[in-house]
Design a binder for this molecule. Structure first.
Ligand code: HEM
Length: 473
């Protein structure tokens, strides 16, 4: 097996795990949405309730975003120093084994009803320990190659260098409730839990933003934007936001108002900067249109721009005090949480997956060239807009009824139709996404087979991939 094949192998394995987590998120979301409908009793009779399905959906959504980011970081590490060997390879294998065991354990235990009831940490802490040990091995390999000095390094290396310890610290905090002196003090417990969850989202955002910066440079063949002032400003504000954004979740705790104001202002600056970065990258791409084999990742990159701007607009609207009290605890918040995680993080990582599939399986592979893959991105954008709008109207109807009482507009016909509409649109969205995920998984499996067999691709699946094309990973 040649050096590139070996390196590509590690990336393909991680990509398959990330896409597996993405598929489980989508399937979990489909099952969770049935809970809203009249089919709920049938689901319940098979032993599944929202208590089972929500933590499965959320845990794998987090796993998807983290694993997607880790896949891109590994692609970069391998482009830096070639394939893993010796101790690095041992650590890599142990990391994969730990994460696969944790993933399998989480799904089996949650389905068996062993949940903790904690938001984003609904599984048994023993699996958390496995995830953290695997993360320590990842950190070891990362710092062994990348080093600790950041002088002159592009912004994505700064982002990843910060995200790795941040995740470890915050993951420990999220599991601090296992200590009695925290779980017995509810106020402290809730404050720590939400502070931890805020930083965790911040750390995966840094992984995803770094991935976007690196891949955008790779696609353009020019890394200069990763050294730009705007890129570094986004990094700085992103770091501050990891520590302040928990303020959004603790409005119900007796805290001073300035905690909420700081959290609000920093989050807004971060989204504004992110919108600027994506628009800048979009403009740079427009100057040099992508080659046909990069059309799918380029299309996803445009979606990231669109969704960042939409999420910015909705975040600003949601923060206006009367609107904020109206939406609190309604499906508008679900739409916002899901919208950001799909519209920004998932779009970035789907862009990354389509790019990595092209690097590993070759520019002629069907998953790379098929025009339906490009059309599917457009379909995902449209379906997502409808899907989130349905949640938003359902949330607004609940908020208005709560605030205005009998004088609220009568949306009862929409409320009655909501479950069926949401399931129909959600299932269509999930089916399109699952189809794309399956195509990329096929490309990565093929890349693994090719690496194992040390053989060039067969004529039916495309021309052999020159090393210069694959060397990026
Ligand atoms: C990659 C795709 C997806 C991601 C990353 C994702 C992420 C999330 C997150 C983070 C939440 C929690 C929101 C909150 O804090 O309230 C959530 C909730 C939910 N998601 Fe998704 N989601 C995805 C796809 C889907 C799909 C395709 C469906 C439906 C077919 C779906 C159905 C739901 C439902 C019904 C809830 C609310 C559950 C409840 O009532 O507690 N999701 N999703």
């Amino acid at each position: 097996m040649n050096a590139i094949g070996q390196g590509g192998r590690s990336v393909a394995i991680l990509a398959l795990m990330a896409l597996g987590a993405c598929a489980l998120t989508l399937l979990g979301g489909m099952a969770a949405s049935i809970v809203y409908t009249s089919w709920e009793p049938s689901l319940r009779s098979s032993g599944l309730t929202l208590q089972h399905l929500r933590p499965i959906h959320e845990s794998f959504a987090f796993a998807w975003v983290f694993l997607g980011g880790v896949t891109v970081v590994h692609a970069w590490l391998i482009s830096l120093g070639g394939p893993f060997c010796g101790a690095e390879r041992m650590r890599f294998r142990a990391m994969i084994a730990l994460w696969l065991t944790a993933g399998a354990g989480i799904i089996v235990s949650l389905l068996a009803g062993r949940f903790t009831g904690r938001e984003y940490a609904g599984y048994h802490p023993a699996f958390g320990a496995m995830i953290l040990t695997g993360w320590a091995l990842f950190a070891w390999n990362f710092f062994a190659r990348a080093g600790f000095s950041l002088r002159g390094k592009p912004v994505y290396v700064w982002m990843w260098t910060a995200a790795i310890p941040l995740f470890a610290i915050t993951f420990l905090e999220a599991n601090a409730y296992t200590l009695e002196w925290i779980s017995r003090r509810p106020l402290r417990d809730i404050a720590i839990q939400w502070k931890a969850n805020g930083v965790m989202v911040g750390s995966f955002n840094l992984l995803a933003y770094g991935s976007m910066m690196w891949i955008a440079g790779k696609m353009r063949g020019n890394d200069s934007y990763a050294h730009s002032t705007t890129g570094f400003l986004l990094f700085a504000v992103g770091i501050i936001n990891t520590f302040t954004n928990y303020g959004h979740h603790t409005f119900h705790l007796p805290q001073t108002a300035w905690v909420h104001w700081v959290s609000f202002l920093v989050s807004m600056i971060e989204v504004i900067l992110l919108a600027k970065v994506t628009i800048d990258l979009w403009n740079l791409r427009r100057k040099a249109p992508p080659a046909p084999d990069l059309a799918v990742p380029a299309r996803f990159a445009s979606s990231v721009t669109l969704w960042t701007c939409l999420m910015l607009a909705s975040a600003i609207a949601m923060s206006v005090p009367p609107v904020n009290s109206l939406i609190h605890g309604t499906h508008i918040v679900t739409a916002h949480a899901m919208g950001t995680m799909i519209g920004i993080d998932s779009m970035i990582l789907w862009c990354a997956m389509s790019w990595a599939a092209r690097q590993l399986a070759g520019p002629a592979h069907a998953a790379v060239r098929d025009p339906w893959m490009r059309r599917a991105v457009t379909a995902l954008d449209h379906l997502l807009i409808v899907f989130l709008t349905l949640f938003a109207i359902r949330g607004a109807s609940a908020g208005l009824a709560r605030q205005l009482g009998p004088s609220a507009p009568d949306l009862s016909r929409f409320v009655a139709a909501f479950p069926a509409l949401m399931v129909a649109v959600g299932f269509t969205f999930a089916s399109v996404a699952l189809w794309m995920v399956a195509r990329w998984m096929g490309a990565f499996v093929r890349a693994l087979r090719t690496a194992d067999a040390e053989a060039p691709p067969t004529a039916s699946e495309g021309t052999p991939v020159p090393d210069s094309d694959r060397v990026a990973v």
